[in-house]
Write a protein that binds this ligand. Structure first.
Ligand code: ADP
Ligand code: MG
Length: 242
């Protein structure tokens, strides 16, 4: 379980997050939705420690992450898989080397074990015969899959995906959603998916947090969202690009 309490974050005079509370449950896909610039990526970065919140606390399984130093955070980071916005693969490395990079950071596996693990993860996301290719040789959907393969390489307890569907056609987008859902069940991980495009994730969220003007404007289930009469939420949900 991940819990966040009263998270504030500003950049200069720009107050991006104004006191966000939420509880994200394990074995579930938790969605953070909101328009572009509403602070979704910033919130994700505050949770994983890429940004320090100005105020507030983050707990991973009851352990306060925000008060830990770099060394103390390592066991949690080892359990955390992240798919970055735009996949963020290293262009100068092959697909296999991209995954091995993560294994090098957190394991002392032999080279043979790392290669085996990398290829197991690629297989798991239904990628075949791409291990020796470079990211520039892949389609957008394939890059997302490599990003997901890298994110699951450490069998994560926490899986974070920032805009997993951006730039994908609707059919590929559905496959990526299904994969995220399957992996969440398989690893029983606490999954956080950030998106500005509601159409791309319709149906996968167990819990939804709607960010608006730096605040948690609404939270609930998928069904509740569709029945909601909150104007700002409806405007967002029904104005999403197809
Ligand atoms: P979203 O992911 O919802 O589109 P972001 O979290 O990326 O939104 O950005 C929210 C706001 O914070 C935007 O106004 C953006 O310009 C600002 N912002 C994000 N990251 C930084 C940064 N590193 N430095 C300064 N401003 C930032
Ligand atoms: Mg973003």
């Amino acid at each position: 379980m991940i819990e966040i309490q009263n998270i504030y974050k500003s950049f200069g005079n720009n107050e991006v997050l104004k006191g966000i509370d939420a509880i994200f449950e394990p074995g579930k896909v938790n969605l953070i939705i909101g328009g572009s610039g509403s602070g979704k990526s910033t919130l994700l970065k505050c949770i994983v420690g890429l940004h320090d919140p100005d105020q507030g606390k983050v707990f991973f399984d009851q352990q306060e992450f925000t008060e830990m130093d770099f060394e103390e955070r390592i066991p949690i980071r080892r359990n955390l898989g992240m798919l970055f916005q735009n996949s963020a693969l290293f262009d100068s490395m092959t697909v296999e080397q991209n995954i091995i990079f993560t294994l090098n950071m957190f394991t002392d596996m032999s080279q043979a074990e790392k290669i085996e693990r990398a290829n197991f993860c690629l297989d798991r996301v239904n990628l075949k015969d791409v291990n020796k290719l470079y990211p520039s040789e892949l389609s957008g959907g394939m890059k997302k899959r490599v990003g997901i393969a890298r994110a699951i390489s450490m069998s994560p307890k926490y899986l974070f995906c920032d805009e997993p569907n951006s730039g994908l056609d609707p059919a590929t987008s559905i496959l990526i959603d299904e994969l995220i859902q399957e992996l969440t069940e398989e690893y029983q991980c606490t999954t956080l998916v950030v998106t500005h495009d509601m159409n791309s994730v319709m149906g996968i969220g167990d819990y939804i947090l709607f960010l608006y003007q730096g605040q948690k404007f609404w939270e609930g289930s998928n069904e509740e969202m569709l029945r909601s009469d909150v104007q700002e939420l409806n405007d967002f949900v029904f104005a999403s690009p197809l």
